[in-house]
Design a protein around this ligand. Structure first.
Ligand code: 13P
Length: 330
């Protein structure tokens, strides 16, 4: 087994998952503003420290995905975030894409940037302590018109180029082609689009000779659009999610992680629990776990509100949610 395969597999230790703490400056600013917390480099550092500095997270987390700035930042304990994570046996990873912009050939869709200069940035991130990486592509559904085949293809091609570069740099790639929840579409439509996207992804990955055994797939669960009146039951979500994965994902990949995508913390927990139950009966060939941002962080942010005196209560809230989400894996 290569080192990369071993690292990728170790992100799937029993009962553990990933915290996605890799919001870009823009997203972190908007997230903090939602809770009345002012923007700025120091408030973003405190936001990261709130979660990374919580005692006991190593019981539930095998990895944390950081934003590149955080590779150089320290917690209130004066230790680099990367060092304090590693000291607790948690692997630090980094988001390496540079965000999205409108896709020129179909301006209502998005394409992810970051391939230019990626080789040099990967080298830097590795020196700074990252052991795995993430690239997010975004696919949106709009009636029968979107996504376009071109947007799917271009996003999957960029994911494949990134994965190849990450592996050459000795870093595990997490490929995150996210089908957005936003919209009125049905769960059947999410399932069909996700299937088509995964078919394209794995055929482009083969063309780029990307090693499957050391790559991790990060996707959204199969849900009805957030503006669709239908409320999916956890069993429906689990059935469709596992079906689309079994139909379209080769057995050899290191594992699959789920994003929360705008689900409430309870939904993301209950749906994961139903997926875990169904995994047992369906015999899925890959390990599965969580890689949530909002579903793990939102409740704690509401308690914290950017105030020092609320840190202990916010951390207790975070730990309680982590325990529930981790519990959903058993
Ligand atoms: P959410 O869990 O909030 O969807 O975030 C996960 C993520 O990594 C988005 O890129």
């Amino acid at each position: 087994m290569t080192d990369l395969v071993a690292i990728a597999r170790s992100l799937f230790l029993h009962g553990k998952g990933l915290l996605a703490a890799d919001e870009s400056v823009h997203t972190a600013t908007a997230r903090l503003a939602d809770y009345g917390i002012g923007a700025g480099a120091e408030s973003r550092r405190q936001f990261r420290d709130l979660f990374i500095g919580t005692e006991g997270i190593e019981k539930y987390l095998a990895g944390v995905i950081l934003f590149s700035d955080s590779l150089l930042e320290k917690g209130d304990d004066k230790n680099l975030f990367t060092k304090s994570l590693l000291a607790r046996g948690i692997m630090p990873g980094v988001k390496v894409d540079l965000g999205t912009e409108p896709f020129p050939e179909s301006p209502n869709e998005l394409i992810t940037n970051g391939l230019i200069g990626l080789t040099e940035r990967l080298e830097e991130y590795k020196k700074q302590g990252a052991v795995f990486t993430k690239w997010r592509g975004v696919i949106n559904i709009d009636g029968d018109t979107l996504p376009s085949a071109q947007a799917i293809h271009e996003n999957m091609k960029r994911l494949a180029s990134y994965a190849k570069e990450a592996q050459s740099a000795g870093l595990v790639p997490i490929l995150e082609p996210e089908v957005l929840m936003n919209g009125k579409h049905s769960r059947a439509s999410t399932r069909a689009v996700t299937g088509e996207m995964l078919q394209t992804l794995f055929s482009v990955l083969a063309e780029h000779s990307v090693d499957r055994a050391s790559l991790i797939l990060k996707i959204a669960m199969i849900l009805s659009g957030s503006e669709n009146a239908k409320k999916d039951t956890p069993e429906e979500v689990a059935e469709d999610t596992l079906a689309v994965l079994m139909e379209n994902v080769p057995t050899q990949i290191a594992g699959i992680v789920f994003l929360s995508g705008g689900q409430t913390p309870d939904q993301a927990t209950e749906n994961l629990s139903a997926i875990t139950r169904r995994t047992r009966s369906s015999g899925a060939p890959w390990p599965l776990t969580f890689s949530y941002a909002r579903a793990l962080q939102d409740e704690a942010l509401a308690v914290w509100k950017g105030k020092e005196e609320n840190v202990p209560a916010a951390r207790a809230t975070f730990l309680a949610r982590l325990a529930k989400v981790s519990g959903a894996l058993s």
